[in-house]
Design a protein around this ligand. Structure first.
Ligand SMILES: [Zn+2]
Length: 408
């Protein structure tokens, strides 16, 4: 699942891994808290003061949150120990995601990283079930005991759901590792596992529809939401891999525009429009101040500046200030550049070397490059060998373009 242009904020760091939360996760947090404090606990254990329901609700929700973080952290820990670094974990509306820097380089590593998550959830589940007995409050405090039973149940359910053999769920990654190990063909293994992912998504959609007809509207809708997400993720993860293969080992350096046209930060917006945008046919330019890049000015920012103010406003006031998300090294791959552009929601990146602007790489140039390579029939098998990926078996190009069949 690769929709990383989501809105998220950093929460804290554990063992070098940044935990970030997508704003959509707050919706889930409130929903879980509310359904537990105002629904589940009052119904199962009537007669307590409202404040106590909210207290157990908060504890249960926080531990639920911690359980998901622990599940993702286990992927990250195993990944890091196998030299497949994970620097970031995002929590969003459907759970969590550990961002691997790149696809695993061998099937065994993939299997270990994937299996760590469900295994951790099962261990957590058993521990939670055991806590009330261990600490001796199963009979003295039945409501608190049921908090831990609920967490035990949730963790076992989380482990089981993630074991469904559809990519990009953990079970789908295990399936991919198995096919990969057997055939030596990463691409075909990913295609099969993604097919299973879409198949399972359809199964969940049917199940959700049945639930809705049976009267469980919220549960059914929720299942359908998860299924749609899974279906989209299966397709986009697979397309991302195909994209990397089509792009081969091409680097930003190969495709960048050298010494791009720049705009001075002190120029007025009106002058920038007349002297640069109107003349060169580019939709964005790097902005320099004293010879150093300080931002990017694109049509979007000009559109946001009212025409009456353009004669007086300086470019520095309306540009998008530069940050690391807008910079890329010349040796980065084009696949990395594309990913970074979509994360930063920009159509162009500044190519920087030794703190100096040496070029500009644009989304449209990469798109053009992909088109040309496709027309010429380049695929994974002809790509250059300088890429750090694992050696993968040669497969004749399929008669069915995978990207087309993956489109939803
Ligand atoms: Zn997982």
């Amino acid at each position: 699942m690769d929709g990383k242009s989501r809105q998220e904020f950093d929460l804290f760091k554990i063992a070098g891994v940044q935990i970030a939360i997508d704003y959509s996760w707050l919706v889930i947090f409130v929903l879980v808290l509310w359904s537990l404090s105002a629904g589940y606990f009052p119904e199962v254990h009537p007669g307590y003061p409202t404040s106590e329901y909210w207290l157990v609700g908060i504890v249960a929700t926080l531990l639920f949150f911690a359980s998901i973080v622990t599940h993702e952290l286990s992927h990250a820990m195993v990944g890091n120990s196998l030299g497949q670094p994970v620097k970031r974990i995002s929590l969003f509306i459907f759970g969590g995601m550990a961002h691997l820097g790149h696809e695993p380089t061998d099937a065994k590593a993939e299997l270990k990283i994937a299996a760590a998550g469900p295994l951790t959830s099962f261990v957590l589940g058993v521990c939670f079930f055991w806590i009330p007995t261990l600490l001796g409050f199963r009979h003295g405090h039945p409501m608190w005991a049921s908090v831990f039973d609920y967490l035990g149940f949730i963790n076992i359910a989380l482990g089981l759901f993630n074991l469904l053999p559809g990519f990009p769920l953990d079970g789908g990654r295990i399936l991919r590792a198995a096919i990969w190990a057997r055939t030596g063909d990463f691409r075909r293994a990913t295609a099969r596992a993604a097919d299973w992912g879409r198949g399972i998504a359809w199964g969940l959609i049917v199940l959700g529809a049945i639930e809705i007809f049976a009267g469980a509207l919220v549960g059914g809708l929720w299942l359908i939401f998860i299924a749609l997400f899974l279906k989209g993720a299966a397709s986009s993860s697979y397309q991302g891999i195909i994209m990397e293969q089509v792009l081969g080992g091409a680097r930003v350096r190969d495709l960048m525009v050298h010494d791009p046209e720049v705009i001075d930060a002190g120029t007025t917006v009106a002058a920038a429009v007349n002297e640069h945008f109107a003349h060169h046919g580019y939709s964005g330019f790097p902005v320099l101040e004293d010879g150093r890049p300080v931002g990017m000015l694109s049509i979007a920012q000009i559109r946001d500046c009212p025409p009456a103010e353009r004669a007086t406003k300086r470019v520095a006031e309306v540009m998008r200030p530069i940050n690391q998300a807008l910079e890329i090294a010349p040796d980065a791959t084009l696949a990395q550049a594309l990913r970074q552009m979509s994360e930063a929601e920009t159509g162009r990146l500044l190519v920087m070397e030794n703190d100096r602007l040496i070029g500009l790489v644009t989304r449209s140039a990469v798109a053009h490059f992909i088109m040309i390579r496709n027309e010429l029939g380049f695929s994974a098998d002809e790509r250059s060998t300088d890429r750090s990926g694992a050696p993968r078996g040669a497969e004749p190009p399929t008669s069915n373009p995978p990207a087309a069949s993956a489109a939803s």
